[in-house]
Design a protein around this ligand. Structure first.
Ligand SMILES: [Zn+2]
Ligand SMILES: [Zn+2]
Ligand SMILES: [Zn+2]
Length: 364
């Protein structure tokens, strides 16, 4: 067999395959795909994941789809298209005779991350269980399906602890409670500008009732962990507090002070901004929605669309006691920031980027 055939790239059919520092991996200098043989692909995948010693990618492949128009550079037989994973529709070319595998340039990242992708997709595609049904039936709170965060969500936990502590302090002492509302809540009557600016931050930690606190903290705990993981602790905290300030300003702008001074408390505005980020970055996640007794996993955009409609309805029918404008203002800010930061966040989080691609098959 003439040696030159062995340099033939299965994809672009030019004689451009060249050895890399690993002799079992060849790189096409034309189309930048990679050829793997002698188990080199398994080593490369295991190397990406410190926790895996041995990996056999063939065990995880989806179904064999059809013969490919590409030829194995060694055996000169047509390769076979396999789906990368059961729930990821990228097609890779494998030789039916040797263990040669060809990856196009855009597939390399997907294949290298495939063990994590497989785990993530199996978490995301879990069916609702009777436990999640019972939980939502009793609490009216959604159940979240998302990937397991890597970082411990310290900031999320700290925010929850602070809000709860302030609430408990007020619950046991009526005097303290009044002091908390007057000084830490956002009060449009506050005279000192410095105090008012401080209140723009502190009002986010004060809650008006147990259900107000529990509802907010539950949402913060389920979506905060993934957002903090994607952004990093500092950026997450900065966005959370900034969104709370902007949500309060939105409420102040639309509030008619002729009805009396505005007293605003609660983390809802800040958390509404997190909804916007979540919607734009985690299209793969699901939140369950319940109509009487029927529970359904919804994509975040559907879930938060329903949530926004409820808020719009509340604002126009002007039901008192809830800061509709703060909710919607926070949410709009979250959508804007989420849109502006999406490329950056996906670059920082390869797994989230891969789950955002259309190849991810999501079952709801
Ligand atoms: Zn090529
Ligand atoms: Zn072969
Ligand atoms: Zn979560």
């Amino acid at each position: 067999m003439p040696r030159i055939r062995h340099q033939r790239c299965p994809a672009c059919k030019t004689d451009s395959l060249a050895a890399t520092s690993n002799p079992s991996i060849l790189d096409c200098r034309q189309c930048h795909g990679l050829w793997f043989e002698d188990g080199a692909l398994n080593h490369a995948i295991a190397h990406q994941h410190d926790c895996i010693d041995d990996y056999d990618h063939e065990l995880h492949l989806g179904p064999a789809l059809r013969p490919s128009d590409r030829q194995c550079r060694r055996c000169q037989v047509p390769m076979v298209h396999y789906q990368l994973l059961e729930h990821y529709t990228t097609e890779i070319d494998c030789c039916p005779e040797c263990d040669g595998v060809w990856l196009d340039k855009h597939e390399i990242d997907q294949v290298m991350h495939s063990p994590k992708l497989k785990q993530a997709l199996s978490d995301l595609n879990k069916k609702v269980t009777w436990k999640s049904w019972l939980f939502q039936f009793l609490t009216s709170m959604p159940v979240e399906y998302n990937v397991q965060p890597h970082r411990t969500p310290w900031v999320t936990r700290l925010l929850i602890a602070l809000c709860s502590l302030i609430f408990v302090a007020g619950m046991f002492a009526p005097d303290t409670n009044e002091w908390i509302f007057v000084n830490l809540g956002l009060n449009s009557d506050t005279q000192s500008p410095a105090h008012f600016v401080l209140q723009l931050l502190t009002y986010q930690f004060v809650h008006g009732g147990l259900m107000h606190l529990v509802g907010n903290m539950y949402f913060l705990s389920i979506i905060g962990d993934n957002l903090e993981d994607a952004l990093g602790h500092g950026a997450f905290l900065a966005i959370y507090l900034f969104a709370g300030v902007m949500a309060a300003l939105a409420e102040l702008m639309l509030f008619d002070t002729a009805q009396g001074p505005l007293l605003l408390v609660g983390a809802s505005g800040s958390i509404a901004a997190l909804f916007g980020l979540y919607l734009l970055w985690f299209r793969h996640a699901s939140l369950t929605f319940m109509i009487i007794v029927y529970q359904k996993k919804l994509a975040p955009h559907w879930y938060f669309l329903i949530w926004s409609l409820i808020n719009l309805f509340g604002m126009f029918t002007a039901q008192g006691g809830v800061a509709w404008a703060a909710h919607l203002g926070g949410f709009a800010l979250g959508l804007l920031l989420g849109y502006l930061m999406k490329d950056y966040v996906l670059r920082k989080n390869p797994l989230i980027a891969l789950l955002n691609q259309p190849e991810a098959v999501l079952r709801r």
